[in-house]
Ligand binder design. Structure first.
Ligand code: S3P
Length: 182
């Protein structure tokens, strides 16, 4: 996968549901004065409804089409000083993984199944986890997706045991170094 044509000084957050992408995105926005684009929120705003309603009306495929189209649009925009927080499945398509790396420095916020289960068990806004055994689904999807997050990421941060400030500092310092080497 090539970084050719990569836009400078954007940070892209990837990782499983519940790993803190939206929260850390807001913190990076505050720390660096970046613009924040939360792809799930943008998809909802454009559709005029919440993600569960999109899944109900269009299926997961419809949602993925919207997600891929938005990422491609962001890539074409020549963004600067932007943090993009993505949905947990944004890395499923190879094309998206390539697009994300062209948008910016890709950081995988990695959490284990226990942490993810604890952080998502009361959420009703994630259709993929609205099943009889969400814990099992989390484990299966983590196994399936882990190589894809790894394939896409420039940097991985294990979020367990780190506070928000530590996570943000790690990302900002690493991104700075990365861009200084280009
Ligand atoms: C999904 C994750 C969600 C959202 C959608 C599908 C996934 O985003 O995009 O419900 O497939 O992992 P978060 O990771 O922000 O919860």
């Amino acid at each position: 996968m090539s970084d050719k044509g990569m836009k400078v000084h954007n940070i892209v957050l990837i990782g499983f549901m519940g790993c803190g992408k939206s929260t850390i995105g807001r913190e990076i926005k505050r720390a660096l004065g970046f613009q924040l684009i939360d792809t799930d929120a943008e998809i909802e705003a454009r559709a005029g409804c919440r993600i569960p309603a999109i899944f109900a009306a269009e299926g997961e495929h419809g949602f993925r089409e919207r997600e891929s189209a938005l990422l491609e649009e962001l890539r074409a925009k020549d963004l600067q000083g932007t943090v993009v927080s993505t949905g947990g499945g944004a890395i499923l398509r190879a094309k998206n993984r390539d697009t994300l790396r062209q948008i910016g420095y890709v950081v995988w916020l990695r959490a284990n199944a226990d942490t993810i289960y604890q952080r998502t068990k009361n959420s009703r806004s994630r259709p993929i986890l609205q099943t009889a055994d969400p814990r099992q689904v989390i484990e299966e999807l983590l196994t399936q997706r882990t190589p894809l997050y790894r394939d896409c990421a420039h940097l991985v941060i294990d979020v367990g045991g780190l506070n928000r400030a530590e996570i943000v500092t790690g990302i900002v310092e690493s991104a700075r170094y990365f861009y200084s080497q280009l």
